[in-house]
Each structure stands twice: as C-alpha cells, then as structure tokens.
Design a binder for this molecule. Structure first.
Ligand code: ATP
Length: 362
C-alpha cells in the first residue's frame, strides 16, 4: 500500500486509549501511515487558551484526512462543542454512520445493515440561542407576537432551528450518491414535517425533489421520526440508507448503535467536499476514562472507513475481518459487550482486546 499522512487527534477521556489501540491495530494490518499528531480538547486549554487551536485545524487542512478520538468540551470556554466547531470550520456537512451487525457483539439482531446519513451543520446544532431573560430573547418574543407567529412565555430560553434548501439538497444528494456507489437500494428521509412545516417540511419537500433525479435507480420513502424509532427497533431490515436532519440523526445514531451491540462498536465519519474526519459515534465516556476499560472497536472500525476513503480497501477489509474474528471467537471482549451479551466471563481490558486483534492479524 502507498504511504499516507494522516492527522491524528487523540482527543481526551477514553480517546487517548482508543486512539493508541487504533494505531497499534493499523500497524499490525500493514497500513503505511505517517501520523501527524495534533491536540484538541481539555489538554490544549493551558497552552493555547482554546480547546481547538488553529494549528490543529491547519493540520487537518494540510493532510485533508484526519481521525479523532472523542473530545470533552471544557465548561466556560465559549465553545458549545469542539466537535461541532470542527465540523463547521471544515464544512464537514455529512456525518456518515454505517450500522452493521457483528456476530458475537450482543446486538438485538444478526443481520442489521443500514447507514445513517446525518446533516452536520444546521438545525438546532446551528448554535443560535437566546438566553432566558436577555434583551435579545425579549425582542425576539415581541417580534414573534407582532408578526402573528405565536406567543412565547416571557421566561423562555430560545434555540433556533434553521433548515435550508441548500443544506438539505447537499445531504440528500450525498445519501443518494452514496446509495448508488455502494449498490444500495433505498433512501429514507426522516422528519417531523407534520408539526414543523417550515423546517422539517422544507427538508421533506427538498428531499422529494432530489429523489426525482434518482427515480428508477434508487427507491425513496420517508418516515416521521417517532415512527422511524419504533420501526427501527421492531424491524431494522426495512431500512437501507437513512437521511436525517442534524438532531434526529444524532439521536438515531445512538438508537441504531444499540441495535448492533452499543456505542463501543459504532464507527463514523464527518465528510465535506475537501476534508474528512473519521471518529467513533461515542463520546469521551469520563466514567471509564483512564481505566483501560474502553472498547476501541468503534475507533478501529472508523479507521477502516478511513482506509476505504484513502483507497486502501484491502487493508480496511483485513481490519474488519480481524474484528469479526475476535467477536466470533468470543473469549476476549470488553465489559460493555460482556454486559450486552449477558456473559459472566471476565471482561478484557482495552489492551487485551487490542492484542487479540493484533494476533488475529498476524
Ligand atoms: P457525547 O454527548 O459526547 O456524545 P454521551 O453523553 O453520549 O457523550 P458517551 O461518552 O458517548 O456519552 O457514552 C455514554 C456511556 O456509554 C459512557 O459513559 C460509557 O459508559 C459507555 N461507552 C461509550 N463509549 C464506550 C466505549 N468505547 N467503550 C465502553 N463503553 C463506552
């Protein structure tokens, strides 16, 4: 395989452990990667006064491809979330989260194979918020009243939910193009258009319009978000590629991860026109950080997605085959999986699980 330079942002919390595990496994799989390590999160606050230093953003721009561990957003920094800031700065408008059963990982079903495509830049994540009691909130409340938009209680905090035609076209087109490229059959758009007519309604109307371009090639349908949740739990086989506005996509990602064994095994990627940042669905899990208890599978499978993106499908498949083999064998699994499988065998540490993967690759 050819050499690639990739920016590695280990993050904090369990990210430190899962990133080290990921590097070890990729090396064992023969991935020829030069890592350019860049910091973000609590660890950069003292030196740079920000959880997302410019140097880190520049490092991602330079290499175009990055993999990052989860990052805890320090309280009181003015940042709502480092992850959200990174997605916005690099215009990573797609959040791609494949959900695939791994036999032995304790999922509710053996045959889940769906893909969550979440819009990454708009919706309630736009960060346009008005604090309860502020002048701006009072003015906005008065404006809504004046324009007959409705009455808001004076003691309300307000978050704005923008959904644009441009943002929706971009994400829905990505979902369809992905479906075509991956030989998939159907795209489902999820919304609450019956209640939020001007945001979710616009999302649905725009999705239907984009779907017309793919008629006869990829099927299209839509679901109201609450019905989607129920249907996904009862029978996930009815879904293939599913496209969501930002917030529903965030919630549905965890729900879908739960179908196949939990957050410990759910990989993901943030993709834009120029850059791609790969990261697990889970957060920094402070309750188990630094205890060698984390399951690194999600970050390792995110790295396999990164290898695909780099054109190294063979190496990516070696990594995925090793993961499947270790789960199928079943003697060396981390605590999160032991709990979902109901097994009373002792849990493996992050290090032991990683070494089992390395052995499967040798
Ligand atoms: P965020 O808001 O940053 O997404 P969150 O509140 O969803 O974070 P997570 O950190 O994603 O929380 O995880 C919730 C819990 O799931 C953790 O506290 C931990 O117990 C468990 N968990 C998450 N990821 C893993 C993992 N890789 N290995 C083992 N357990 C995990």
């Amino acid at each position: 395989m050819s050499k690639h330079t990739v920016t590695l942002i280990p993050g904090d919390g369990i990210g430190v452990e899962t990133s080290a595990a990921m590097q070890r496994v990729l090396e064992a799989a023969g991935a020829d990667i030069e890592w350019e390590v860049a910091e973000a999160g609590t660890c950069t606050m003292e030196q740079y006064g920000t959880p997302l230093p410019e140097e880190t953003v520049e490092a991602v721009k330079r290499n175009k491809v990055a993999i990052k561990g989860p990052i805890t957003t320090p309280v009181g920094t003015g940042f709502r979330s480092v992850n959200v800031a990174l997605r916005k700065t690099l215009d990573l408008f797609v959040c791609l989260r494949p959900v695939l059963s791994i036999p032995g990982a304790g999922g509710r079903y053996d045959d889940v194979d769906l893909v969550v495509v979440r819009e990454n830049t708009e919706d309630l994540y736009a960060g346009i918020e008005f604090e309860e009691g502020s002048d701006a909130a009072r003015e906005l409340i008065a404006f809504c009243e004046e324009h007959g938009a409705g009455t808001i209680r004076p003691d309300s905090g307000i978050s704005i939910k923008p959904i644009s035609i441009t943002g929706t076209e971009n994400i829905v087109r990505y979902a369809f193009d992905y479906a075509v490229k991956q030989g998939r059959k159907k795209v489902t758009a999820v919304h609450k258009a019956n209640i939020m007519k001007h945001s979710d309604g616009l999302f649905l109307k725009t999705a239907r319009k984009v779907a017309e371009e793919y008629e006869g090639c990829i099927e299209f349908d839509d679901r109201i978000v609450d019905a989607f949740c129920m249907n996904a739990v009862v029978d996930p086989s009815q879904f293939d590629v599913i496209v969501f506005p930002n917030l529903y996509g965030d919630i549905a990602s965890d729900l879908c991860a739960g179908l196949v064994g939990g957050l410990g095994i759910a990989p993901g990627a943030n993709i834009g026109k120029e850059y791609a940042v790969f990261e697990a669905v889970h957060g920094s899990a402070p309750d188990i950080a630094g205890k060698n208890l984390a399951n690194p599978t999600a970050e390792i499978l995110s790295a396999a997605m990164m290898l695909d993106h780099l054109g190294e499908q063979e190496c990516a498949e070696r990594v995925r085959a090793a993961v499947r083999a270790v789960y199928a064998e079943g003697s060396c699994l981390t605590g999160d999986i032991r709990r979902t499988t109901g097994s009373d065998r002792p849990a493996a540490t992050c290090t032991e699980f990683t070494e089992a993967l390395v052995k499967a690759l040798s």
